[in-house]
Write a protein that binds this ligand. Structure first.
Ligand code: FAD
Length: 489
């Protein structure tokens, strides 16, 4: 085995947490020939009785390229069949205070993100694992203790009568995928000098269901958009579901939740801020959902390293829980698994693999964690600002007309590519410099041409003709300028 850290061969791995990330990790290890046991605190979510237990996470989420690539790299067929049930979202639909909607496409080349049922995705992964002979699934097992030097874990197993029994387990490698409040991480801290920080943001979230149209049974809003009601300090969003309903989330500072003291203030608030939502959900249901559903916090976690020698590694939210505003939490977790597997399957020893995994992954996860935090502001406020829209338009214009410049919006690189998160940031910084220069060149060129036209021929009539003849020259000159600058960089 690999217990002395010198020779790598598939051996016994224990994965803690059967959420989406843990389940995907189990699939990678199992297909790589490891003996896999997956331990989950809660009951099997495929059993209808246990559904309510898993209700602290929103019902649907946005999956994009990184998540899909994580799935595809281990099982292309499963991926295709999972994606059949996902709903494409081509852009944001912004709803203003009067109920007016305006669409903002995510990508000039029509690439899209997808709304997917979180529970179903998790179930499909568990179903797949169940088919494999080298995988065991253990539900109702909560990690209590990890003795990494001994290669031993203790789980508390919940019995059907509600009592607990202690279960001792040995393994060569422990993979912690047990979410933001990870016990694996907690225990690993005793073995390694682990830097750790966490931050709760001031907003809470609360979920609502928008049913299909009562008469037609159809979607009440365009299903191919992620709907946003941005209101500066708070926002409401809606993602489509297969059954033609929408799952909606209100993100709002805690004190604003506190100001809503009963059904009347709730309706008053919604009628003022999201008037269209009131009729779409219906007053009664709006009130019922608000009273019934929890107001849950949002945590951001950073830590380093993600591993201890050849014994233990943490992935997904356990390593880097982030606020949900870039729609990347699970996508990043799936990318973790693919990256971890790349290291394990190409490095000679497990300790080297885990070491190089942390080294590659930590800077990337810090970047997306920070971007997610910044995007909270973008989603609830900037998407409506003229400056933001102009910049987006200009970037997309360059992406369309000057592809050789390699200009892409950050959103497109994060959501539609597998470029390392940290490289995305580097490219964006480089682009910003170029954009600044091009922007000024365009402005100066425009003023120059306009001035010349005005002087030479009189105002608008012939000015336009001259502009068109000159356009080619100006554009060529700009391109040369940019090329020179890029070459000198
Ligand atoms: P989790 O999903 O938290 O799973 C951890 C599992 O470990 C759970 O099943 C838990 O029961 C189990 N566990 C916990 N403790 C123990 C223990 N001691 N022993 C054994 N098992 C244990 N991400 C996206 O990519 N796109 C989105 O659009 C998106 N939207 C989101 C919206 C909201 C409101 C929120 C809150 C999150 C959103 N996310 C989104 C983030 C996404 O939900 C998480 O990143 C993802 O669920 C992480 O998966 P995970 O498997 O690492 O952790």
């Amino acid at each position: 085995g690999s217990s002395d850290g010198t020779v790598y061969e598939p051996s016994k791995v224990v994965i803690i947490g059967a959420g989406p990330v843990g389940a995907l990790a189990a699939l990678y290890f199992a297909k790589g020939g490891w003996q896999v046991t997956l331990y989950e605190l809660r009951g099997d979510l495929r059993n209808p009785e246990n559904r309510s237990l898993n209700f602290t996470k929103s019902i649907n989420l946005a999956i994009s390229e990184r998540g899909i690539n994580g799935l595809r790299s281990v099982d292309p067929e499963l991926t295709e069949s999972i994606l059949e049930e996902a709903i494409p979202m081509h852009g944001r639909m912004i709803h203003d205070n009067t109920g007016k909607q305006s669409s903002q496409k995510y990508d000039v080349h029509n690439r899209f993100i997808r709304s997917i049922d979180r529970g179903k995705l998790n179930e499909r992964l568990l179903d797949e694992l169940e088919k494999l002979t080298n995988v065991e699934l253990k539900f109702n097992h909560g990690l209590k203790k990890l003795s990494l030097e001994k290669g031993e874990a203790i789980f508390d197993r919940k019995l059907s009568n509600g009592a607990f029994e202690s279960v001792r387990v040995e393994a060569d490698l422990f993979v912690g995928a047990d979410g933001a409040h990870s016990q694996t991480r907690q225990h690993m801290m005793k073995y390694v000098r682990l830097n750790y920080s966490q931050e709760y943001i001031d907003s809470l979230w609360c979920e609502f269901q928008m049913p299909p149209h009562p008469l037609t049974g159809d979607f009440q809003l365009d299903p191919n958009h992620l709907h946003i009601w941005p209101r500066q300090t708070f926002m409401f969003i809606a993602l489509p579901n297969q059954d033609k309903s929408f799952t909606c989330t209100l993100f709002m500072p805690e004190n604003m939740f506190k100001d809503i003291v009963g059904p009347e203030t709730l309706l008053e608030f919604f009628n003022k801020e999201f008037p269209d939502v009131v009729s779409l959900i219906g007053e009664e249901k709006l009130i019922a959902d608000y009273l019934k559903n929890q107001k849950l916090p949002l945590i951001s976690v950073k830590c380093n390293p993600y591993h201890y020698r050849n014994k233990c590694v943490i992935i997904g939210d356990a390593a880097h829980a982030m606020v949900p505003f870039y729609g990347q939490g699970m996508n990043c977790g799936f990318e973790d698994v693919r990256t971890l597997w790349d290291h394990i399957s190409t490095t000679l020893t497990i300790s080297e693999a885990l070491e190089s995994y942390t080294a590659e992954r930590h800077p990337d996860c810090v970047v997306i964690n920070d971007l997610a935090m910044k995007n909270y502001v973008e989603m609830r406020a900037s998407v409506t600002s003229t400056g933001y829209l102009m910049k987006k338009w200009f970037q997309e214009f360059l992406y369309n007309w000057f592809p050789w410049m390699g200009i892409r919006t950050m959103y497109s690189m994060i959501s539609f590519s597998n470029i390392r998160y940290s490289d995305v940031i580097k490219r964006v910084k480089r682009q910003e410099r170029v954009l600044g220069i091009v922007g000024r060149a365009v402005l100066l060129g425009g003023i120059g041409v306009g001035g010349y036209a005005a002087w030479k021929k009189g105002w608008y009539k012939d000015g336009l003709d001259i502009l068109m003849t000159w356009r080619e020259e100006v554009v060529k000159a700009q391109a040369k300028l940019v090329k020179d600058i890029m070459a000198k960089r």
